[in-house]
Ligand binder design. Structure first.
Ligand code: FCB
Length: 480
């Protein structure tokens, strides 16, 4: 039926937002969150298997043992992606599936899984973006010391080389690490993520060894990949806002910016840890775990930078009656913000997603333009962006998620604005293709564009999936 109501008519000046040709319209997942098949094909436990099987660590005792059974449904899931018109798929390889001991020989069966996935994607004209590490460290390597141990960086590079040898002929977009901030500080300081340790200095060591792993891993990728292979890292830089312009609040902002973002971009882009970060943490460590030449290795030139963005962070200097600390990733008793004891975190007013994260697309604009200024000429990708809502099928079995459409719309408009202001943004990956295992929240948070009935594994594209399909098909974001 033709809709001729006044609200259906285009507004006088509304024009769709056109994206550059060749822009990638992607969707993202990660191995532990979707694959399942936890004990198959010689796969050994990762730190997330151990953590989620430990009572009290994950809401409802949920684990990724079955997840959304993606590994057994690769073919139908890729076909669904193709129907939804996504032009790129970001997935991660499960380290313990391809190299069960974390440092021994590779298992062919594990590599074949990803070869089949990639071939299927390419057959459907979908460009693969491969993440090497999305938090599932082989448990054996954690038992040997985990990321606070320097050797883990070297083992990661060996693993990177193995995967590049196996898939480098057919995958040209590679990201080494996903959100090393979470691996280091949620894994080793607040302990709300695997391996659940609460050792502030270990978290700083982990952050450095993750940086080193990126550098050594990037070298291993270059050695194995053909010239067209592009190497990036996916960070979750914070868009940090100070609650007031007082010197104390601005200093809180500076501290959190150093701990969340510059601890990675300092060495990656500029070859040095920021002096203020070293000063802020001086009572904890002298950073002597940073050895000669590490910084030169970490500053390995990137082909692109991946940015994951969900919500801004609002801080102030702590007062005695400051509200409880929040980090947005779980109920932490210990702070992930090592050395920033006098910082308070605040929920800004306005709408929030089901995670309690505030909806504010200006943070994405700020980050894209910041890195455009800080690393001129470096191509950028939004490797994750999306929102959890309490989606439910209606009586007809359809899932309408207008809040997610509004969220995506606002963030794509922000991305478009950054493009107009010069940022070399090459693609956008919606988190997530499917509802999945949301870490410490288990299956209680739905981020998918495709609804998954966790009991039957039935997939139902939500309205947002159809909306996004149209964006991908037309290369335009419509007016709301
Ligand atoms: C990011 C993670 C991703 C997903 C989203 C919601 O921090 O990289 O796996 O959990 O948050």
């Amino acid at each position: 039926m033709a809709d001729t109501g006044p609200e259906a008519r285009p507004r006088p000046h509304s024009r769709p937002l056109r994206f550059p040709s060749g822009f990638l319209w992607g969707a993202a997942t990660s191995a532990y969150q979707v694959e399942g098949a936890a004990d198959e094909g010689g796969r050994t436990p990762s730190i997330w298997d151990t953590f989620s099987r430990t009572p009290g660590k994950v809401l409802g005792g949920d684990t990724g043992d079955v997840a959304v059974d993606h590994l057994h449904r690769l073919h139908e899931d890729v076909a669904l992606m193709a129907r939804l018109g996504v032009t790129a798929y970001r997935f991660s390889v499960s380290w313990p599936r391809v190299q069960p001991t974390g440092r021994g020989p590779a298992v062919q069966q594990g590599l074949d899984v990803y070869r089949r996935l990639v071939d299927d994607l390419l057959d459907h004209g979908i460009r693969p973006l491969l993440t090497l590490y999305h938090w599932d460290l082989p448990q054996e390597l954690e038992d040997a010391g985990g990321w606070p141990r320097r050797d883990t960086a070297r083992w990661f590079a060996d693993y990177a080389g193995i995967v590049a040898e196996a898939l480098g002929d057919r995958v040209d977009l590679w990201t080494t690490l996903n959100e090393p901030w979470c691996s280091a500080f949620l894994g080793y300081a607040s302990g709300v993520h695997a391996p659940g340790r609460t050792e502030p200095v270990a978290a700083l060591r982990a952050a450095h060894h993750l940086n080193l792993a990126h550098g050594l891993g990037a070298q291993a990728l270059r050695a194995a990949l053909p010239a067209r292979g592009q190497v990036m890292i996916s960070l979750n830089p914070s868009a940090v806002r100070a609650r007031t312009r007082s010197p104390q609040d601005l200093d809180a902002q500076r501290q959190v910016d150093a701990l969340s973002t510059r601890i990675f971009t300092g060495p990656l882009l500029h070859g040095a840890y920021p002096a203020d970060l070293l000063a802020d943490t001086a009572s904890l460590t002298d950073w002597s775990f940073v050895r000669d030449h590490d910084l030169a290795v970490i500053k390995h030139p990137l082909d692109a930078l991946g940015i994951n963005y969900y919500a801004p962070t609002v801080v102030s200097a702590a007062t005695d009656n400051a509200p409880p600390r929040q980090d947005g990733h779980g109920a932490a008793e210990r702070s992930p913000w090592v050395g920033a004891d006098r910082v308070a975190f605040h929920q800004p007013p306005g709408s929030r997603t089901e995670m309690g994260w505030s909806v504010d697309a200006s943070g994405l604009y700020d980050l894209l333009t910041r890195f455009h200024r800080e690393a001129p000429g470096l191509p950028l990708y939004v490797t994750e962006n999306g929102a959890a809502y309490d989606d439910r099928p209606n009586a007809e079995g359809d899932v309408h998620d207008p809040d997610r459409i509004a969220y995506l719309h606002a963030h794509l408009a922000a991305a478009h604005r950054a493009l107009q202001d010069g940022a070399d943004l090459r693609g956008y990956f919606l988190w997530s293709f499917l509802d999945n295992f949301e870490w410490a929240y288990g299956y209680s948070k739905r981020f998918g564009a495709v609804y998954v009935d966790f009991a039957t594994q039935r997939r139902t594209p939500k309205s947002s999936a159809h909306w996004y399909a149209r964006v991908a098909r037309t290369n335009e974001v419509p007016e709301p």
